[in-house]
Design a protein around this ligand. Structure first.
Ligand SMILES: C[S@@+](CC[C@H](N)C(=O)[O-])C[C@H]1O[C@@H](n2cnc3c(N)ncnc32)[C@H](O)[C@@H]1O
Length: 225
């Protein structure tokens, strides 16, 4: 598979499966215009997040969801649309300009009442959320913050995810031109963090996991015990 062929394959996935409404369409272009980086998931992954979130809690949608790394709110809007009626999404974003942009995007998309942005570092807020909500409280978690820290997030998240809940992580296989999972071990801190996370997740008997080779790779883990 050449790089060009992979790009065309992803474009096909987005064209066929990535239908967006007016709120999502153009959101990242507006974010980039406002100075935010163009590093959100694409529509194909976004729709996957919505479907996965809506499958949790016995197919009723997540009662409580968590996202690490909000950026402009693009993936958060998809996730919020997969929540149960009355469900809530907590999304973690330390960068004030990203959080402010995302807050407006959530309100414009009509999910502002369901989404709370925690303007914090993921590594600091995870133990607090675990204490506040108790183990097994989150039906759906999407990890998309600092790749080197993925293994540290997992230490908390493996207990925070509900039985039958899903732990999903972006960049399971790479990140654009910066690194890819088949690069030499030790070649990039993000590659190493994600590799450690993938291996720890796959070996954890409390989860049944797989990796979807979509875009830059998305790992999906179902909590089974
Ligand atoms: C890849 S982007 C998230 C993209 C978003 N999930 C989407 O697909 O629409 C990563 C985000 O994590 C934020 N971030 C940086 N350091 C962080 C940290 N320590 N904890 C949580 N988020 C962090 C960045 O500011 C950035 O907005």
């Amino acid at each position: 598979m050449t790089h060009e062929r992979w790009e065309r394959t992803n474009a096909y996935v987005n064209e066929v499966y990535g239908r967006e409404d007016a709120h999502l369409r153009g959101l990242m272009a507006r974010a980039v215009e406002a100075g935010l980086p163009d590093i959100a998931v694409d529509a194909g992954v976004g729709r996957m997040l919505k479907v996965l979130c809506s499958m949790t809690n016995g197919g009723n949608g997540a009662r409580l969801a968590l996202e690490l790394g909000t950026l402009a709110g693009y993936s958060g809007i998809w996730i919020a649309r997969g929540l149960a009626p009355g469900g809530r999404l907590i999304t973690v974003e330390p960068e004030a300009s990203h959080a402010a942009f995302a807050q407006r995007a959530f309100e414009d998309a009509g999910v502002g009442d369901r989404v709370k942005i925690a303007q914090r570092f993921a590594i600091d807020v995870l133990p607090e959320l675990r204490d506040a909500h108790g183990d097994g409280a989150f039906d759906f978690v999407f990890v998309d913050a600092i790749k080197e820290e993925y293994p540290d997030y997992l230490v908390h998240l493996r207990d925070m995810v509900a039985l039958g809940g899903l732990l999903v992580a972006d960049n399971a296989l790479g990140s654009g031109a910066s690194w890819w999972i088949d690069d030499a071990p030790g070649s990039h801190p993000s590659r190493n963090g994600v590799d450690r996370y993938n291996r720890a997740l796959a070996a954890d008997e409390r989860f049944e996991s797989f990796c979807a080779p979509i875009r830059e790779g998305v790992s999906v883990a179902l909590r089974v015990r």
